[in-house]
Design a protein around this ligand. Structure first.
Ligand code: NAP
Length: 300
């Protein structure tokens, strides 16, 4: 085996700040990690990525990869760069980049899905084929997705959680939702206006469903594992560093749990937070009401 084959290559998208940056920091500091491992610090803005690298002390095994996950061209360019510069394979893909626009327009909803759902779907289509045996994909999701499914019609709940759901059907659910935002027919479409950050929540519910589809599809093709992870409510720009949020390092631990735990102890396609498997739909009504109340304050 040549030396290049012994190196693990780990990609984290949206890693110039927040939880993604904390993941890179932990990987650099992890004594168990082979210093030969290559860590690709994804950043849509090259300068912000380079600044993050400097903040880490410019370790020689961390490289900035310019990658805007909402752009097919950028994903294709980054895929070529991985092939040309880093041996053409990956061992871990952490799809961390995400947005939560405050704006309630259809344009904002489209942007949300372009990064939080379609971006991850397209990136995985390009990069999962580069994963080696035992490779892992972590789709960084949110419990808000499970909370959002709690408040939708039974018919939609069944569709999102169906064990036979296909990517085409899931895309259709997403497109129907975006059309409903556009025509202001959210309620008629089976969603509730009561739910704060609705496009964000639907994008994360769709990501959880996508994770199960990808796990099904890829595990039959080769031995790779796909998980969705909620990092928990963390103090980042996204949460506006809310006083009741936890350090982003804990969010990073939640993500790294499914990277480092023996796959026999995890369920392929499942949704985890802090090492505990979560349901796809919130099950506790009182807990859901409390969570919505807290989120409404942030969305006002
Ligand atoms: P953050 O501090 O706002 O960081 C988000 C990162 O994603 C930034 O690096 C941002 O880059 C990047 N990004 C956004 N759109 C991108 C795109 N199209 N292409 C590439 N990079 C893009 O947010 P965070 O709190 O760390 O969130 C990280 C992930 O955790 C997200 O998926 C989020 O939904 C999830 N999450 C967060 C919380 C929380 O409480 N913070 C809770 C649950 C789930 P720029 O710097 O260029 O904007």
């Amino acid at each position: 085996m040549s030396s290049i084959e012994q190196q693990r290559v780990i990609l984290i998208t949206g890693a110039n700040k927040g939880i993604g940056f904390a993941v890179v920091k932990k990987l650099v500091q992890q004594p168990s990690i082979n210093s030969n491992d290559i860590i690709l610090l994804g950043s849509r803005d090259l300068k912000r990525g380079q600044d993050a690298l400097k903040e880490l002390g410019s370790p020689s095994n961390v490289h900035v990869l310019q990658l805007d996950t909402s752009s097919k061209e950028s994903i294709a360019r980054a895929t070529n760069e991985i092939k040309q510069k880093y041996g053409g394979y990956l061992d871990v893909i952490i799809n961390n980049a995400g947005i939560t626009p405050k704006d309630k327009t259809v344009q904002a909803a489209r942007e949300t899905f372009a990064t939080n759902y379609y971006g991850i779907k397209i990136l995985n289509e390009h990069l999962i084929p580069l994963l080696r045996e035992n490779g892992r994909v972590v789709n960084v999701s949110s419990r808000v997705g499970a909370l959002t499914l709690h408040g939708i019609s039974k018919d939609l709940q069944e569709k999102y959680t169906s064990s036979t759901l296909t990517t085409e059907q899931l895309d259709q659910l997403v497109e129907d939702f975006i059309s409903a935002v556009d025509s202001d027919t959210i309620e008629a479409a089976g969603y509730t206006k009561e739910m704060p950050f609705l496009p964000y929540g639907v994008s994360k519910a769709a990501l959880n469903a996508l994770t199960r589809i990808e796990a099904r599809q890829w595990s039959s093709a080769k031995k790779i594992f796909v998980y969705a992870v909620c990092p928990g409510y963390c103090s980042t720009d996204m949460s506006k560093h809310a006083p009741d949020s936890r350090p982003p390092e804990l969010g990073a631990d939640s993500i790294l749990y499914v990277v480092n735990t023996d796959y026999n102890k995890l369920e392929n396609g499942a949704f985890y937070r802090d090492g505990v498997q979560l349901p796809q739909i919130y099950t506790n009504d009182a807990e859901a009401r409390e969570a919505i109340k807290r989120m409404k304050k942030l969305d006002s």
